[in-house]
Design a protein around this ligand. Structure first.
Ligand code: 13P
Length: 254
């Protein structure tokens, strides 16, 4: 596939996998994907498996991401994890503002912007998630919602930081439902996002930013989605939990 931007395919394991299960999965992925150079491959285990997975992938082409982090660096924030703690395990990416956190933890765009700033300060690359609900799509509010989320959660970033930021377009109605956005729907949303980034930053910056699609990505729909000109990778949930399906998604995308 011929695109200026290298594909970035990440597995968001969500709240799945004990340490032993996590090691089984990454050891299998290492075997299956050892020869892949065309795609940046990232796994995002739960915090409790970061250390073991980090060791297991040291000598591999897999990179490590976390699923969340605090906007604070240190202090009395019970239950929170700081960027510097993630860095101890060679974490390079951090998912921020996933719709599940927006919904269950009531994360706001403001909070996500503060987390993104903290991530950049620690040289972690944020993967910032945005996406509309079904009701919003059906009432033609998709672009408005994406614009509000992006203007809010990217507030304050410099052009240089924006280039090191990944956007994940995850329509809420496609997450865990088996109903993925069509390639056309994904491309339209991604093109809108890139156009908005050009307005917010500049055209050169917008061209650099990788925009992932997430929501029921499977081996049988990955290629069509990844072929779209503004789709630069995938954020995979359910299908990232098995060696076979995650490897096939990556191989089918090349
Ligand atoms: P599914 O691939 O299970 O639909 O989840 C997508 C997602 O939320 C990735 O962050």
């Amino acid at each position: 596939m011929n695109k200026d931007r290298k594909l970035l395919i990440a597995g968001n394991w969500k709240m799945n996998k004990t340490v032993a299960e996590a090691l089984d999965l990454v050891n299998g992925l290492k075997r299956e994907l050892a020869s892949v150079k065309e795609v940046d491959i990232v796994v995002c285990p739960p915090f409790t498996a970061l250390e073991s997975v980090s060791r297991a992938i040291l000598d591999s082409n897999l990179r490590l991401g976390a699923q969340n982090m605090s906007e604070h660096n240190v202090g009395p924030y019970t239950g929170e994890i700081a960027a510097v703690m993630l860095k101890e395990f060679s974490v390079r990416y951090v998912i921020l503002g996933h719709s599940e956190r927006r919904q269950h933890q009531k994360e706001t765009d403001d909070l996500i912007a503060r987390k993104a700033a903290a991530a950049h300060a620690a040289a972690l690359k944020p993967i910032i998630c945005v996406g509309e609900t079904l009701a919003e799509r059906e009432t033609n509010r998709t672009e408005q919602v994406l614009e509000t989320q992006l203007r809010g959660s990217l507030a304050g970033l410099t052009r240089e930081q924006m280039e090191e930021t990944i956007i994940a377009y995850e329509p809420v109605w496609a997450i865990g439902t088996g109903r993925n956005a069509t390639a056309e729907q994904a491309q339209a949303a991604h093109a809108f996002i890139r156009g908005l980034l050009a307005r917010m930053f500049d055209a050169a910056t917008a061209r650099q930013v990788r925009i992932q699609y997430g929501g029921s990505v499977k081996p049988n729909n990955a290629r069509e989605l990844m072929e779209q000109p503004d789709v630069d990778g995938a954020l995979v949930g359910g299908a990232s939990l098995e060696v076979r399906s995650f490897s096939e998604i990556i191989k089918n995308s090349i």
